[in-house]
Design a protein around this ligand. Structure first.
Ligand SMILES: Cc1cc2nc3c(=O)[nH]c(=O)nc-3n(C[C@H](O)[C@H](O)[C@H](O)COP(=O)(O)O)c2cc1C
Length: 181
């Protein structure tokens, strides 16, 4: 018995994730791609994994250098998710989406304004169906904006954490007819 891709996609789409941009170096040039197939794998030692479609343009760079960084996007960085997923925007992904970046502790390109970043070295490459899984050890981890809300992804749409709330009024609430009282 096998599950139809559309059924699989629909079921997996119910699982909400964060959104990351995985960056790497092409020579001394930063490159990046939007990835939500990212997971923490082990605490001691610290290991993470990303799954990339074999056709992704960044795969040769990750394979050549054996390194990548995971940049966890904040909710105001949806435009970066779109651009690094190849949206038709200017500046384009070829121009690193015009994103501000700086070299991290290991020299990998880190994007400014993200909530956190992880600099990783590949320890295992697994061929898995149409994807490649890159398991990596975390060589540096930074929490830049601990309180910035994350960008979320659910059912192929972006999702934000709702912060609106209501609270009981303790004083005298205004009533119709005496507004402004
Ligand atoms: C929110 C989001 C999450 C994505 N996650 C992944 C992923 O985990 N792995 C992957 O291979 N592609 C993922 N993609 C798709 C790639 O970002 C996008 O298709 C790719 O950058 C297109 O360029 P390329 O095929 O030329 O490399 C995701 C796209 C979006 C919008």
């Amino acid at each position: 018995m096998s599950v139809h891709p559309a059924e699989f996609r629909a079921a997996i789409g119910q699982f909400a994730t964060g959104v990351t941009v995985v960056t790497a170096l092409d020579g001394d040039k930063p490159v990046g791609i939007t990835v939500n197939a990212f997971a923490s794998m082990s605490l001691e030692p610290p290991l993470v994994a990303i799954a990339l479609d074999r056709r992704r343009y960044i795969v040769p760079m990750v394979e050549a250098t054996g390194r990548y960084a995971v940049n966890v996007l904040a909710e105001d960085q949806q435009w970066l998710s779109d651009c690094f997923a190849g949206a038709n925007v200017t500046p384009s992904r070829a121009a690193f989406c015009g994103a501000s970046w700086f070299p991290g502790q290991t020299g990998l390109p880190l994007i400014g304004g993200t909530t956190a970043s992880l600099e990783c070295r590949v320890v295992q490459r697994i061929e898995l169906g149409d994807h490649l899984v890159f398991v990596a050890s975390v060589e540096a981890a930074t929490v830049a904006e601990p309180d910035a809300p994350p960008l979320l992804y659910h059912r192929r749409r972006y999702l934000r954490i709702e912060r609106a709330s209501t609270a009981q009024v303790a004083g005298k609430p205004e009533s119709a007819g005496d507004a402004g009282d």
